[in-house]
Design a protein around this ligand. Structure first.
Ligand SMILES: Nc1ncnc2c1ncn2[C@@H]1O[C@H](COP(=O)(O)OP(=O)(O)O)[C@@H](O)[C@H]1O
Ligand SMILES: [Mg+2]
Length: 491
């Protein structure tokens, strides 16, 4: 389904500021639909067919039956089909009437409200109500429709939606959550049963009618702010475990404050869920911490065992195994510090570099430096990458300078280049170069076989190694995509 922005772009000619105005309208109009017990449609003139209008938005009431089961967004209507539309558009005033065959041949009552922005009519919002259905009008219905009419007049006057409507917290509130209507002095004129319940949850048990929220003991209510700035304000009030989200929308008539609509939503359950998620993040960090500790224990065991062996191949192999385990531990160490799903690979570089430098002998020290930014990535990329980079660094330190013991300035440099979805890691040394006939694709030695395996299977990337007379260059290119939340759970 096309979005509002796409439709306005493809099917109409509307400047950006107008698009934003209509987006703000549509972001809050669920409440308007509920208050009017009606479907709302938003029309703009069709660019390709003068005289026609295209539906760019549709919302159904949660307080009543809908007139339209079908999705009307993207539909085009002609002027003669809906004569009220061009009238509201050209007169710039609210036009009411009947639509003979609105849905399934049933007639409906239609109110066309011109949407004004910066003095111009930019769209027409229609309120479409079936005859016959609907609730027996009681006080609630009268109050709600009354508020709708006040807001509709603001829409026609260009005073609603508000210019800098802050984004609503989680989901936009709907009327079913609880509604209060306040007068121009901030006193409660009407409170819906759900609003009264929410007030009870906040410890307000006495009758709310006739009092201001402050008088009822809700000191941090957003009402005074909304009344001062003549723009919507929100506040989340808490009492123990209970959390209630309150939003105050001022009602204006020709710039004058006449009262306000206050939406009251009990968000206790949502906050409880947030807290659970937060503790899940903490749990994930704790798991990383334990994994790191276990890996460090394994690496210590390998080191102890290596020390008991005489110098030689077996001891060397255990030392290498120890460092491989340690390079994975480094990743978990970083993951255990932060709750973020992604982390910067540059954070683990210092540890890898130190491990490589420690490997060089004091007689022939090798300096390892790095430059560039790897950027953010998930652990599913960082872990194999850390292991692979560790192998390349070890090789440079171990092999590049053995044949040229005279080299005074032995250097290894790691450079990281991140292009959108690809990371290139280069390890360059100024040593003797690769042995004659060497090919990274065919070597069967363990270290580079591990690197090849990780790069091709786990990282879906490429590896190259070449000598150019003044040392060796090893280059890894790996795709880096943002991790999904599910991946995190699997790490
Ligand atoms: N930077 C380098 N400079 C010189 N030779 C290298 C370099 N990197 C790798 N090599 C060569 O590639 C071989 C294979 O490396 P690797 O698979 O890690 O096994 P190992 O390090 O156990 O010998 C090394 O033995 C070495 O001859
Ligand atoms: Mg090696």
């Amino acid at each position: 389904m096309a979005t509002l922005v796409e439709l306005l772009h493809d099917r109409a000619t509307v400047p950006t500021a107008v698009v934003e105005h209509l987006q703000r309208l549509v972001a809050t109009w669920g409440v308007l639909s509920d208050l009017s017990f009606s479907d709302l449609l938003l029309f703009v003139p069709a660019a390709a067919h003068p005289g026609n209008f295209v539906v760019v938005g549709q919302v159904r009431p949660t307080t009543s039956q809908t007139l339209y089961l079908e999705d009307l967004v993207g539909h085009e209507v002609t002027g003669p089909e809906r004569p009220m539309l061009p009238r509201a558009w050209s007169l710039g005033t609210v036009v009411e009437g009947e639509l003979r065959a609105a849905a399934r041949g049933e007639p409906a009552r239609v109110v066309c409200i011109p949407v004004r922005f910066s003095g111009e009519i930019v769209a027409v919002m229609t309120r479409e109500t079936p005859y016959g259905v609907g609730r027996r009008p009681g006080e609630l219905e009268r109050v709600y429709v009354g508020v709708f009419d006040r807001i509709a007049r603001m829409v026609a006057a260009g005073a609603f939606p508000f210019p800098l409507e802050e984004q609503l917290s989680s989901e936009p509130a709907r009327v079913g959550d609880g509604v209060m209507v306040l007068d121009a002095s901030g006193r409660v004129e009407y409170a819906s049963p759900n609003a009264v319940n929410a007030m009870h949850r906040l410890g307000v048990y006495r009758g709310v009618l006739g009092s201001s929220l402050e008088e009822l003991g809700l000191e941090r209510s957003p009402v005074s702010l909304a009344y001062r700035d003549l723009s919507p304000a929100s506040e989340e009030l808490e009492l123990g475990e209970v959390a209630v989200f309150i939003r105050c929308i001022p009602l204006l008539d020709q710039g004058r404050l006449t009262g306000s609509l206050v939406l009251v939503r009990d968000v206790t359950d949502i906050r409880r869920r947030d807290r659970l998620l937060l503790s899940k993040d903490v749990a994930i960090r704790e798991v990383h911490h334990r994994v790191k500790n276990n890996l460090q224990t394994i690496s210590s065991l390998l080191r102890l065992q290596a020390r008991r062996l005489p110098q030689g191949e077996a001891r060397h192999a255990l030392d290498e195994a120890e460092r491989r385990v340690r390079s994975i531990a480094v990743v978990h160490e970083i993951l255990s510090r932060d709750t973020a799903d992604e982390f910067d690979f540059n954070d683990i570089l210092p540890s890898l570099v130190r491990m490589a430098e420690d490997l060089s002998s004091t007689a022939r020290p090798v300096r390892v430096t790095w430059s560039g930014d790897a950027g953010l990535m998930g652990a599913q990329v960082a872990t194999p990458l850390a292991v692979a980079l560790n192998e390349l660094l070890q090789n440079a330190v171990e092999h590049a300078f053995t044949a040229c013991p005279a080299l005074a300035d032995a250097q290894v440099h790691v450079s990281l280049t991140r292009r959108r979805d690809e990371l290139v890691v280069e390890v360059r040394d100024n040593g003797a170069g690769l042995p004659p006939g060497f090919s990274v694709d065919s070597t069967t030695s363990l270290g580079l076989s591990i690197v090849r395996g990780l790069v091709s299977s786990q990282l879906a990337g490429k590896i190259e190694m070449l000598s150019n007379g003044s040392g060796t260059l090893a280059r890894l290119a790996v795709p880096v995509t943002r991790p999904e939340r599910d991946d995190i759970a699997r790490i």
